[in-house]
Design a protein around this ligand. Sequence first.
Ligand code: ATP
Length: 383
Amino acid sequence: MNTTPHIVLLPGDGIGPEVTRAAHRVLVEAGLHATFDEHPIGWTEWCERGDPLPRETLEAARAADAILMGAITSKPEAEAARELAPRLRDHGLRYRSPIVRLRKELDLYAGLRPARAWRGIPCAHPETNILTVRESTEGLYAGIEIDNVEPDHAALIHYELANLRERTTGRLAISARITTEHASRRIARVAFQQARLRSHQGATPARVTLLEKPNILRSTGSIMLDAARAVASDFPDVTLEIENIDAACMHAVMDPTRYAVVVAENLFGDIFSDLAAGLAGGPGLAPSASIGDRHALFEPVHGSAPDIAGRNIANPIAAILSGAMLARHINQPDVAARIERAISATLASAPASALTPDLKGRGSTTTLTDTILRNLWSNDDKR
Ligand code: ATP
C-alpha cells in the first residue's frame, strides 16, 4: 500500500506560479513527506482551451490527498469572451470561476482563514489572532442569480417583487441568499472543533463568535443561529457568542482580541476575513484552506495580482503559510511548525534587502524565499 501522500500543485496564472514555486521549494526543504505533480488551471486554459478547469485537472485534484493552489485570474463575462481564442468563439462557452467550481465539485465547504500579526511587521493591531471559518458552498455566493427579472419569475420568489417590478423601470436582478440547516450545522461544527483545538494549543480562548444579521435576514439568519446553538450544546467547553456582522467589523477594528474563531456564511465570512487580514498585516501574509470531508485545498487569500506578475516581486509568504496548513492537514505538524518558525524569524529580523516591496523591502520573491530557507536550516541547527 502506498502511504506517501500525494499533493497536486495548481499554480494558476499571474503571480500564482511564482508563489507556488516558492511554497513547493520550502515544503520540500522542510522535509514534507509527499509526492507532487502539477496541473494547469486558470486564464490561459480558458483562453486557449475554453475551459479554465480542464477535466484532467479536476480528476487529478479529486485523486490527491491535498491540493496547493497559487492564484487564478477572473474577469467579467464580456472581457472573458473577448479574450477567448477566435476558433472557440460562438460556441456558447461561458467563463465560470474554476475555484468556485472546485469548491462545488470537491464539496470544500469550510473556508479556514487565519489572520495573525507577526513581530517585525507593522500592522494596525499586533494582538490580532483570528480564525475565520467561512461557509463556502451557499449563502449569497450560491450562484442563484436572476438577471432582468420579469413578473412571472417574481412569482417564484415573493409577491412583493412583482410590486417592485411595477414600480421600477430599468434593470432589476436578484442574487439569492441560500441557507440550509445541513450546511449551517456542518460549518458550525468545524468552527467549534477549531476553537477547541486552538484553545488546547494555547493559541486563543475557547470561543466561537457567529457573525450574522438575523434581525434583518430573518429566515436565513435564524437557520444559522439555531444551527450554531444546536452544535454548541456538543461543546460545553467552548463559548458561543452571536454578533451582527456590521457591528463585528467595527468592534474588530477597535479591539480584535474580542475574536478567536468566528463563523459566518459565505459573503460575511469573505468580508470579515479580509478585514482581519488587513488588521494583521496585509494580503501578502494571509493563507487559507478550503476543507471538505474528503478533500482539502490550500491557497493564499490574495488573487493573481496581474499588476506585479512576472516581475519576481510577489510576496510568497501567504502561499508558503498555506503550504504549512497543508502539512498540518496531512498530519505532518512538525513540518508546519518548522516553516512557521522560519517565517517568524525572517519577518522579525530580515533586512530590507531580503523583503519584497509590499513589506517595504527592496528584495524579490527569490531573496525572501532564500532567507526563509536559510532560517529553516539555521533554526534546525539551534534545536
Ligand atoms: P483577483 O480578482 O484575482 O482577486 P485583485 O486585483 O482583486 O485580483 P489581488 O490580485 O489580490 O486582488 O491584488 C490586490 C493588490 O494586492 C494588488 O495591488 C496586488 O499587486 C497586491 N498583492 C496581492 N498579492 C500580493 C503578493 N503576494 N505580494 C505582493 N502584492 C500582492
